[in-house]
Every structure is written in structure tokens, then in C-alpha cells.
Design a protein. Sequence first.
Length: 392
Amino acid sequence: MFENMPVITDDEIKEALDFSTKQVVSNLPEFTYKFQKAYSEDNFYQPIENNYWTTGFWTGEVWLAYEYALEHAPHLAEELKKVGEIHIDSFLDRIDRKIEVEHHDMGFLYSPSCVAGYKLIGSEKGKEAAIKAAEQLITRYHPIGEFIQAWGAMDEPGNYRLIIDCLLNLPLLYWASEETGDLKYREIAEKHIHTAIKNVIRDDYSTWHTFFFNMQTGEPDHGETCQGYRNGSAWARGQAWGIYGSALAYRYTGRKEYVEIFKGVTNYFMEHLPKDMVPFWDLEFTDGDDQPRDSSSASIAACGMLEMIKSLDGEEKALYKKYAMQLMKALFDNYAVKDPSVSNGLVLHSTYSNRSPYNTCNHYGVDECNSWGDYFYMEALTRLHKDWKLYW
């Protein structure tokens, strides 16, 4: 499978990080006191307030650019650091004033922004904001069912569900337990991981986007998709969250069965890629289908593989590293922005939310850049460039 596809080279990794860092810096005048919208419009991001679930990814790009600049462009590092600190002030204000925080995406918001700032520059404001965000996240935990509810009112049976994306929100809770010594965050994270992986991974290692539970008993009820093509198909980004999420689940729990889950979910993803290795928005589709791509899924999957290989040996380690480097080569060659006049983002041809005859999606951010796609592209490149201390 893809034996002859090329891998990204060290020179290409550096070229991509050089461009990405310069692109981030060029965006700072517009996106220092504002944040990038979740998706571009005609390939250009518009500014928004810090009030959406995706704004942490833009700050994550700032911190990744800061890390690269420290080594390769020191004259840019101080400017990037100052912007990161301004963003941390915004995130602290956001959690203090509870601006759009009644959902599970506290990890997406606070890990690449405030935890990163604390790890990189010792920001005490970042630490304070992230611990408050962890406290907010655990308010969504249901002891009946043992999971963190994704969104919506907590007392509504129709909202009594988790989604696969939340596996990336849980590292915030592990970090909070490490920093505070209070194990309650970790204990909730572990219970959610076990509930999620037990239910969102199907027998063939494809994944459900969302899974519902009985509100009275906590028993598993049924899976659905809100963002995939149909119930029973594999939404590409959800499958990628499963790859990265299972790698992180193993990192934090050490449970060997999660290694096998990772392999199964990853192999399913790879087996359902088109010839150029960049997935369509749902793995139902392949070459010849008139459907949009989701390049962000390739970057997320690559990050998960590069995390998991830390715990693998021999042929398996080599295989998944090769897959990750092939995915990044495919993105670099055919999807990455190379000219700022084309886009102020980093990676073209992502899909945020695509309506189908069988789902309830809003329809926006289709065949555009999106903020997590850009962030995880930079993260994967950084992982390949050096021994990276992850924000998650």
C-alpha cells in the first residue's frame, strides 16, 4: 500500500516551516487582537473575536512559529512571543467571563494556546487560564455513562452523547492533574477515554462521529454522524481524530489495547485513501468521485502516527513513520500554500462541514483552508523537524 509514494525530505520540511513561519508573521497585523475565522472564504481568513471553538489553533500556529523562529529566525521570535502573550490575556479573559465555553472543546481552545505558552515561556497567566478551562471541561462530565458531553444543555436526552473529537480535549485534563496534584481531572479523562473508545470504534475499525447513551441508565444506545456523509460511513476527520486520539490515549493510560486500536483505525484510514493519499471529506469516496477533499484529516493523522511511533519498534515504527512522511509529502507537493497572494492560510482544500442527503450538517468551509488543518500541518512538520515537546 503506497510503497512507491515519496516521503517528505528534510529540505522540504525546512522549506515548509520557513514558509509557514513567514506566513504566520505576515498575518500578525490583522490577527494579533483578533483571531482567524475557523475557515477561509475564497482562501482568505477573516478576523473574528475570541468566541469560537477553533481560535486556539491560530495561537498554536503562533507558538509553533515562535519555536521555529528561536532556532532559525531569532529576529522574529520576540514579536511572536508578544503576540502569544496577548492571546493568552484574551483566553484568560474568555474563561473568566465564560464567553462561549459551554461545550467540550476546552482542550482545542486552551492546549495549543495557554498550555503551550506555559510550557514554552512559563506564562503563569497561561497556566491559570488552562486550569480554569479544565475545571470548565469537567462540568460536562456525566457519571451516569462516564463520559463528557459534547455540546448542548446537559439535561436534554437528545444531547446525551459524546463525539470522537473529544479525545483531543482530554490531554488538558491530564496536564491539569499534573500541575495541581488534583487527580479528579485525570480520573474523568480516563473514564471518558474508555467509554469513547469502547463505543465509537466499530468492528472494522471505522469510527462513529457521535455516540448516544441512555440518560437514565448510561447504557450505550446508538451511533450517528452529524458530519460524515451518512450513518455507517467513516467521516475522514473523525477517523483522523481516532488515530491521534488513540495514540494520546495510550500515551496517558499505557493500556496496551489502545496500541491495537491505533493500528486498526490507522490501517482503515490508509486503506481508504485515494491515489494521492489526501482523503476526501468522507472515506466513502475515492478517485473519480465528485466530492471535496479534507486535507486537514491528513495532517491530523500524520500527527497521530508521529506520536504513536514513540511507543513502537522495528518494522511497525518504520511503517507508520513512512506513512506520516508520505502524507506530509502529498500535502506539501499539492495542497500547501506556496504563494501568499493565493491565500493567507497554509493548506488548501480542507472541508469543515459538508451537507449531504443523509446528514444534518451546516454547509460551510468546503474546499477552503481551515484553522486546525493549518495548525496540525505545522505540528506534523515540527514533529519531523525536531524532538518536539507536545502541547497536548
